[in-house]
Design a binder for this molecule. Structure first.
Ligand SMILES: *[C@@H]1O[C@H](CO)[C@@H](O)[C@H](O)[C@H]1NC(C)=O
Ligand SMILES: *[C@@H]1O[C@H](CO)[C@@H](O)[C@H](O)[C@H]1NC(C)=O
Ligand SMILES: *[C@@H]1O[C@H](CO)[C@@H](O)[C@H](O)[C@H]1NC(C)=O
Ligand SMILES: *[C@@H]1O[C@H](CO)[C@@H](O)[C@H](O)[C@H]1NC(C)=O
Ligand SMILES: *[C@@H]1O[C@H](CO)[C@@H](O)[C@H](O)[C@H]1NC(C)=O
Ligand SMILES: *[C@@H]1O[C@H](CO)[C@@H](O)[C@H](O)[C@H]1NC(C)=O
Ligand SMILES: *[C@@H]1O[C@H](CO)[C@@H](O)[C@H](O)[C@H]1NC(C)=O
Ligand SMILES: *[C@@H]1O[C@H](CO)[C@@H](O)[C@H](O)[C@H]1NC(C)=O
Ligand SMILES: *[C@@H]1O[C@H](CO)[C@@H](O)[C@H](O)[C@H]1NC(C)=O
Ligand SMILES: *[C@@H]1O[C@H](CO)[C@@H](O)[C@H](O)[C@H]1NC(C)=O
Ligand SMILES: *[C@@H]1O[C@H](CO)[C@@H](O)[C@H](O)[C@H]1NC(C)=O
Ligand SMILES: *[C@@H]1O[C@H](CO)[C@@H](O)[C@H](O)[C@H]1NC(C)=O
Length: 756
């Protein structure tokens, strides 16, 4: 379905700069590797006299650096590799500006690397896998081959920067689209006069492209049901165009779509926010629970050996995010045992992902080897830092003395911080997944969080947040998952102690009571984290189809969850307990327990940012959020703008063109949500109402076609991603002569907006 880049016929013209051929790195190139055993003169397996043998432990790397940046003067990188499909991710880095290319999985370049022989790999800098796009400008000076969780063992040889890559002319895809278009993607210098379109035996005559070139051919007459064949050069493409499905749009509208549903956790920079049209940006997550705003530090907790890390300053973060046009959602630490945050420490300024240097050993280590010799595992880079577990998996004892490693944190410290912020957040959350603090931050909060303690912390910190920033809106309790929506980490005895009331309903009632006793609302948004529970590990065809169905868990009262939620006996006292129907379920609870509270989902994801199916899930979900009246949502975490998930944001919000703000009802005959998503809206553009329509075809193999009544004719902008063309994004304008036959190819999301 998706184009393998390796499938393109590519010829190398000239090898320009050799980094390695035999014996040793070429002059100037340096070894900046870490955590790996490397032999630069390995003779066991070599082309020529020797090759490089690499044995990398988990997340460690072969990394080659040159003081003379090669910038954008080369067309690509070539190398030969041998190993049992080593789990490697390649990045091209600029250590001066501290930027890097997309992470390129070796598997996106070749899936057939074996240990019997060398496989030649070419990385085209103008078409960077997995999602396309050019490497772009940069003082590129470092190439890193990083191993995954299980390490990697391989031989690598003939590493060269290539100055010219000639792409053989080829038609890659040609697909019917909307009313009367054929979208043709090409590589190299093709001859368009060879394109012939044949619909039911009759011959018809016939922007923004990050990874392949696209040309739109407008047909002399509209597409219609039947057999379509397109021949172009020596390629041919055939489709069975289905009979029309009737759809009806009611232009009168139902409700306003909240702008805040198009949010992202930690967008990378201002251009990211503008390119994807991000409306709200969240600062949160496990590390931020342990953010020390006075020291600029977080603690990784259980995520990574309880180590402190230098962190951005929240005030500066809010400033640039607001300047880029996005609102903000800031987590206020609140879950620490009466209460501590990491102290000031030596700042290395190193980004999180980079290899740690010895200076970071000066960071506070709670579960230091010297004190707890017998631990399950230690950080491979800082062997003194343990994971806080005995080898049998139970918590080490005694709990380290917090006075040695933390400074106090409490509501007055939080108030001092929030009052002192020059830039105020739009919303705050009270901590993050506070209910599982005894797992994520066992050092700070070893005792399981109870209903009462969690409520008390939310009430106390919300009250001071509103004293410090009167206009701020509070979202809580940012509960991690379905299980904890209904109980606490103490267990069901805690439910029993609260009249057998499930946690979130109880929490809503208590927050309503807190409003009465405080004389003001302390909870503006009920905030949840929601991750689809189906098993999507095997990214095969059945899993992708499952992924397409799982969006139903956001809304559908008939969708029995295809996960433990759907099969386990009820873990809660809620109606229909094997069905999630997240948005209507919690809207109903809010109505019953604390009317007027909004609903937000500050963490969710598609389960596959880089896969087309993950992009379609994201596009479908964004449509669902608008249709079902969710008030805010922020994706975890920042999908690459060229990834499939990133393109879903671009589809709805990219570059200043926005899906409308008034949700319109769309009815579709025999609507099957496993295979289709369809969302309509209108907005006022230049003083006139304009309709927008998003259609997500979740079927990988077949186009769908619609007869849409209520869709005005005239000029439209069309954006789309997916289909035979691969994940890349495209857009053009076209004239909708009659709404009676609109085609959407398989595995494609399209956005149509009336031009007024
Ligand atoms: C790679 O290194 C590990 C230790 O990190 C060792 O156990 C393993 O045998 C090595 N593999 C090879 C092929 O040298
Ligand atoms: C290894 O690759 C070389 C060059 O591609 C080829 O000539 C040789 O037959 C291959 N050997 C094996 C065992 O596949
Ligand atoms: C990259 O550099 C070239 C040559 O210096 C310049 O023409 C081009 O505008 C730059 N592109 C970007 C995206 O900055
Ligand atoms: C690469 O770019 C940097 C600045 O961006 C410049 O100083 C350097 O000379 C360039 N190197 C080459 C080889 O063009
Ligand atoms: C399309 O092709 C199929 C099979 O080749 C054939 O049965 C059918 O009649 C054709 N339909 C039209 C409208 O020509
Ligand atoms: C959609 O269907 C519902 C239920 O049959 C109906 O009430 C509504 O008017 C329909 N809306 C449109 C736009 O056809
Ligand atoms: C795990 O090991 C520790 C230290 O050896 C011991 O004290 C503890 O009882 C063990 N826990 C279990 C559940 O076996
Ligand atoms: C609250 O935290 C601040 C800042 O760390 C500390 O100075 C103060 O003593 C603490 N107050 C209480 C009552 O613990
Ligand atoms: C919240 O504030 C109340 C009143 O000051 C206090 O009794 C309670 O202990 C506080 N809760 C927590 C978890 O610190
Ligand atoms: C306990 O729950 C029952 C229903 O589940 C309800 O009728 C009753 O009012 C509750 N009692 C209290 C004290 O909230
Ligand atoms: C999830 O699917 C993968 C791949 O099919 C399988 O290996 C794994 O055991 C499954 N996990 C669970 C929890 O079922
Ligand atoms: C963004 O929109 C502007 C104005 O419509 C246009 O000039 C520009 O080319 C667009 N950029 C992209 C990347 O689409």
């Amino acid at each position: 379905m998706l184009l393998g880049l390796a499938a393109l016929a590519i010829a190398l013209v000239r090898a320009d700069e050799v980094i390695y051929t035999d014996d040793a790195l070429a002059a100037g190139w340096q070894d900046w590797s870490w955590g790996s055993t490397i032999d630069y003169d390995a003779t066991t397996m070599a082309e020529g006299t020797s090759s490089i043998f690499v044995n990398s432990t988990e997340y460690s790397a072969l990394s080659l650096e040159t003081p003379v940046a090669f910038n954008n003067t080369f067309a690509g990188l070539a190398f030969d590799i041998s190993g049992d499909q080593p789990d490697l991710t390649i990045t091209i880095q600029d250590t001066v500006d501290n930027t890097q290319s997309a992470s390129i999985p070796l598997s996106a370049l070749s899936n057939s690397v074996t240990s019997d022989n060398f496989t030649s790999i070419l990385l085209n800098f103008n078409n960077i896998p997995p999602n396309g796009g050019a490497l772009g400008n940069g003082s590129w000076n470092r190439i890193t081959f990083q191993a995954g969780t299980d390490g990697a063992v391989y031989y690598i040889d003939n590493i060269e920067l290539i100055s010219t890559i000639t792409v053989a002319p080829q038609f890659l895809s040609a697909e019917p689209l909307v009313n009367n278009l054929i979208a043709v993607t090409t590589a190299g210098d093709v001859d368009f006069s060879t394109v012939k379109v044949n619909l039911n035996g009759h011959v018809v005559i016939p922007a923004d492209t990050p990874s392949v070139s696209i040309t739109y051919l407008t047909l002399a007459s509209s597409l219609s049901p039947g057999n379509l064949s397109i021949t172009a050069g020596s390629s041919s493409f055939t489709f069975a165009l289905p009979a029309r499905t009737d759809a009806t749009i009611d232009e009168s509208g139902t409700h306003l779509i909240s702008d805040h549903v198009y949010g992202i956790n930690f967008p990378t920079d201002a251009s990211y926010i503008q390119e994807l049209g991000v409306t709200i940006s969240r600062w949160g997550g496990n590390a931020e629970t342990a953010y020390n705003p006075f020291g600029g530090f977080t603690n990784a907790g259980d995520d990574w050996y309880f180590e402190n890390r230098a962190n951005d300053d929240a005030d500066g973060w809010i400033e640039w995010v607001h300047a880029a046009g996005s609102d903000t959602l800031l987590a206020i630490p609140a879950d620490l045992l009466d209460a501590y945050i990491p102290p000031y420490e030596v700042s290395t300024g190193l980004p999180r992902t980079q290899h740690r240097t010895p200076i970071q050993k000066q960071f506070t280590l709670e579960f230091i080897k010297e004190h707890f010799i017998d631990q399950e595992s230690f950080d491979p880079y800082i062997p003194d830092a343990g994971d806080g577990l005995f080898p049998n998996g139970s918590y080490v004892t005694p709990v380290p003395d917090q006075n040695n490693v933390y400074v106090p944190w409490n509501t007055s410290a939080a108030k001092q911080w929030l009052t002192g912020l020059v830039n105020k957040p739009t919303l705050v959350t009270i901590d993050n997944e506070i209910e599982i603090a005894s797992n994520t931050h066992q050092d700070m909060h070893p005792i399981p969080m109870s209903y009462d303690e969690e409520l008390s912390r939310v009430v106390n910190f919300s009250a001071i947040a509103k004293e410090a920033i009167p206009e701020v809106q509070v979202a809580a309790p940012s509960t991690c998952s379905w299980w904890y929506y209904w109980t606490s980490q103490v267990g069901f005895s805690d439910n029993a102690a609260h009249n057998n009331t499930d946690f979130i309903p109880w929490f809503l009632s208590e927050m309503k009571a807190a409003e009465a006793s405080h004389g003001k609302r302390l909870l503006d948004y009920l905030d949840l984290h929601y991750y689809f529970q189906g098993n999507t590990t095997a990214n095969d065809a059945p899993t992708r189809a499952l992924r397409m169905r799982m969006t139903r868990s956001f809304w559908d009262p008939t969708y029995v969850d295809e996960s433990w939620i759907g099969t386990n006996p009820a873990q809660n006292n809620e109606p229909n307990p094997n069905v999630v129907m997240l948005i209507p379920r919690f809207q109903a609870l809010i109505k019953e327990r604390y009317p007027g509270t909004k609903l937000s989902v500050s963490e969710w994801d598609s389960t596959a940012d880089a896969d087309i199916s993950g992009g379609l899930v994201t596009a479908d979900s964004l449509g669902i959020f608008g249709k079902y009246g969710l008030d805010s949502a922020t994706y975890w975490s920042d999908p690459d703008p060229t990834s499939a998930a990133g393109l879903a944001y671009w589809l709805y919000r990219g570059n200043g063109t926005y899906f409308g703000d008034l949700s319109l009802e769309v009815n579709v005959t025999n609507f099957d949500p496993d295979f289709l998503g369809i969302y309509a809206s209108s907005s006022t553009i230049k003083g006139r109402r304009a309709v927008s329509l998003v259609i997500v075809n979740k079927n990988p193999d077949a186009p769908v076609s619609f007869n849409v009544s209520g869709l005005p004719t005239g000029k439209y902008l069309i954006r789309h991603f997916g289909g035979e063309a691969g994940i890349a994004k495209f857009q053009t304008t076209f004239e909708l002569n009659s709404a009676s036959y609109i085609v959407v190819p398989g595995y494609t999301a399209v956005f149509l907006q009336q031009q007024v």
